[in-house]
Design a protein around this ligand. Sequence first.
Ligand code: NAD
Length: 435
Amino acid sequence: MRICVIGTGYVGLVAGAGFADMGNDVVCCDIDASKIALLKDGGMPIYEPGLDKLVAHNVREGRLVFSTDIPKGVAGAHIIILAVGTPPRADGSADLGFIFSAAQTVASALTGWAVVVTKSTVPVGTGDKIEALMRQHTRQDLAVVSNPEFLKEGNAVNDFMKPDRVIIGTDNPDAIEAMELLYAPFTRSSDRMLVMDRRSAELTKYAANAMLATRISFMNELANLCDSLGADIELVRKGIGSDARIGNKFLYAGMGFGGSCFPKDLRAAISTGQEAGVPLQVLTAVAAANEQQKKRLGDKILRHFGAAIGGKRIAVWGLAFKPGTDDIREAPALTLIDQLLAAGAEVCATDPVAIEVTRKASDPRVRFEASNYACAEGADALALVTEWHDYRRPNFQRLKGLMRQPVVFDGRNIWEPEDLRGAGFTYHGIGRGKD
Ligand code: NAD
């Protein structure tokens, strides 16, 4: 099949490379000329495990090319995938400017019947608007299909190649057939394709992210209660996770969720509810709880040092919003760093892959170190923010020898309080009992 992907970001690049790997001819287009030039040069605009090899292999085989010439990419393509950003507006609603602009460009370039697939996360009813807009700009027949993407940054290639499910939103039989053909190689071991109407497909994406965000905020609130009552959220997590009705995934308390999806999609869902006259009270509370939680570790550090925080050096381990990615959009680390700097503390930060991207976006007072031990040297406290593998089992004796004061704030509960206390550290976690 000939496929044209519009928008070569986290989703577009993974999808383009994934479809090419199944033997399709794929053109990945973007309006960002520097991104396309970098990809043509063999570089990678993002960090995503395994993606560099997948891209390089398919470029070598001649199945994957990059272009800023969208009309040329669209001409003759059977499937056109819209994977541009849908960032939040100031009022929380999704900004659909990029997707409408892309849809218009695609429509003007269509050379025959095509399936236009919306992979970007868009509010319910956007597919109707895209279709109406496109029909104004082309005489070609087309079908607009909703196909929300569920990949996780940090595991995107694996998620894309082995999806839990593929949601297809359309009632057009020809489009359903084309989508079945497109996804058949990904769903060979079992039929994981769910075909539904377009609006239900659009809502499914928001519902999935909202449910996951709700679990996180729920556990974070319980963790805060554990801090007050002297209970341990890790034991509570195991206690409830073993109930098959609840399940043990996505039950970790921590510093709140960030990234380019959960916060934005939650706000967009809340905004959709308001527009529809159906206030989403649970999700409004989930979003508010998360904003508080992002400050939780910083509040603990400020409470620990009190008035003496000025000039104290705090080492921050982890900047990316989660392990496996260099994405720092809405990352809790940024909230923590702002809190610490505002209180007069010094910050030295490290991350296996996100230092450069953070350096460009953060206060010039922040110092960066590539090595986590160098980062901790001379620190009055260490804050663990992103649970990268590299940080899971450090040499605590070495760490203690490097730090000015052996105090750790474990924002992801990856260390055992008793082990750390046994090694001579003062330990603070999230919901690990009174501290
Ligand atoms: P991104 O910002 O990484 O990439 C978007 C790309 O689209 C950019 O490179 C931008 O230059 C390009 N673009 C914008 N307008 C364009 C146009 N008119 N023509 C061609 N290219 C254009 O975004 P992303 O993280 O890949 O997300 C894309 C969409 O997928 C969003 O709606 C997002 O919510 C959704 N999504 C993201 C993830 C994720 O983990 N990042 C997961 C599932 C769904």
